[in-house]
Write a protein that binds this ligand. Structure first.
Ligand SMILES: O=C[C@H](O)[C@H](O)[C@H](O)COP(=O)(O)O
Length: 221
């Protein structure tokens, strides 16, 4: 089985009848959502909260009942992907640009499950450039302030134009050498006025499910 499908389906074991479920974004979360669609079709009663417009469309196509975020106080379990993770379950997310909605949903989630290839595991975060969502206003000032934190920031582009998030903002991908203190860096980046949110998810994940390269499951809890 495709490793993404393996970990995606494994994560759905944490979903129980009646739960409110956060639906992640990306190519790994896709498999969890497909499985949830199947579970719903077979009679499971849950309600989903999507972390992006793309996920909302996918969930609707599978007839997964959805809640509007304004109706939600707590989410029982969220299943989402990651771009990099360490052994303390700190993450870099936002490779698909969905980090803001993902982090809001993670922040009200009781049990946050991350599904990711083993290759995304590392000792120290930083190989993957940290995606940072910034306001279009004064973007040059914001990018210089990010640079002052010791990274090489780059505006993300798509089809030759600046990438626009679901929230009508830009993304800058900030490449650091290594991130020795992710908690401190997360706070420093968010202290910049033009930064809406950044892709460091520190102390949020409860469980990381990955594949061992031979079809087995590895878990960090
Ligand atoms: O913005 C996108 C999300 O943070 C994704 O969950 C992350 O980029 C991992 O995506 P994938 O499973 O496609 O590698």
């Amino acid at each position: 089985m495709n490793p993404k499908q393996l970990v995606g389906e494994k994560a759905t074991e944490h979903i129980k009848e009646g739960m409110i479920v956060g639906l992640g974004t990306g190519s790994t979360a896709y498999f969890a959502i497909m499985k949830i669609g199947e579970m719903v079709k077979n009679g499971l009663n849950i309600k989903g909260v999507p972390t992006s417009k793309a996920t909302e469309e996918l969930a609707l196509s599978l007839n997964i009942p959805l809640l509007n975020i304004s109706e939600v106080k707590k989410i029982d379990v969220t299943i989402d992907g990651a771009d990099e993770y360490d052994s303390h379950k700190n993450l870099i997310k936002g490779g698909g640009g969905a980090l803001l909605r993902e982090k809001i949903i993670a922040s009200i989630t009781r049990f946050y499950v991350i599904i990711a290839d083993k290759a995304k595991g590392c000792d120290i975060l930083g190989d993957f450039a940290v995606p940072v969502e910034i306001t279009p206003f004064a973007k040059e000032i914001t990018i210089n302030q990010l640079k002052a934190l010791g990274c090489e920031p780059k505006f993300r582009e798509k089809d030759g134009k600046l990438f626009i998030t679901d929230n009508q903002n830009y993304i800058t991908d900030c490449k650091f050498k290594e991130i020795k203190n992710p908690k401190e860096l997360e706070a420093k980046m968010n202290a910049i006025p033009g930064v809406v949110e950044n892709g460091l998810f520190v102390g949020m994940a409860n469980l990381i499910i990955s594949e061992d390269g031979e079809g087995g499951i590895l878990q960090i809890d």
